[in-house]
Design a protein around this ligand. Structure first.
Ligand code: CA
Length: 224
């Protein structure tokens, strides 16, 4: 998940950013209110952690402007001030939660997770369909025209990546990163091998191939 962290104290900023990155999140750091506003308006972020006191433009004003611009990503406001008025102001400005400094990373992380869970129902996709293929992400089931197809977990993940991008080419590098978490080329035929097994299972019985391969470009699931 992509998280915007607006904090001008370098130590706190690093502490928060490192903690989030260790949990697999992508962090955008802003050191001033104007930078935070800019990121919030131009980048696709799923959550915002905003310090109340920021140079150039304070966190509260940043949030008010983002909300006015229609940005609905949940926001956690950080503050050194523990007064009840500040809390109310923050919530009025459109913050979803509030955390008083100093805090332990675990406290912040629990709030991040709680907000994610709350936001999840709008984002969660549980079923993907492409042409004759139907994928149920909750039951981990794949069917072709109603006929169940048994896939190994990696084959399932490869197919999921293709089905999440219907009509688009997914490259070998993308698959290596997203399915195997390899950020380098392992110099093996791992993708090709899985793709070949996946294909033979999907097309069993001589059915038309649902995956298109373009050498040097990637793989694409057919949508019709
Ligand atoms: Ca500050």
């Amino acid at each position: 998940m992509r998280i915007l962290v607006a904090e001008d104290e370098p130590e706190t900023a690093q502490f928060v950013a490192n903690g989030l990155r260790e949990h697999g999140h992508n962090v955008l750091l802003a050191g001033t209110g104007l930078d935070a506003l800019h990121f919030g308006l131009t980048e696709d972020v799923s959550l915002m952690i905003l310090d109340r006191m920021l140079p150039e433009l304070d966190g509260l004003s940043v949030l008010l402007r983002l909300r006015a611009a229609g940005i609905t990503a949940p926001a956690i406001m950080l503050t050194a001030l523990g007064r009840i008025e500040d809390r109310i102001e923050g919530l009025d400005a459109g913050a979803d939660d509030y955390l008083v400094k100093p805090f332990a990373f675990g406290e912040l992380f629990a709030r991040v997770n709680a907000l994610n869970r709350r936001a999840a129902p709008q984002e969660a996709v549980t079923r993907l369909v492409a042409g004759p293929i139907d994928m149920d992400l909750l039951r981990r089931e794949v069917r072709r025209e109603g006929v169940p197809i048994l896939l190994q977990p990696r084959e399932f993940r490869v197919l999921e990546e293709l089905m999440r991008h219907p009509g688009e080419f997914v490259t070998r590098t993308m698959l290596l990163e997203r399915v195997w978490d390899f950020h380098f080329d392992p110099q093996t035929k791992i993708v090709e091998t899985h793709m070949s097994r996946l294909r033979s299972k999907l097309n069993e019985g001589g059915l038309p191939d649902v995956i298109e391969t373009v050498r040097g470009v990637g793989y694409r699931i057919r949508t019709s």
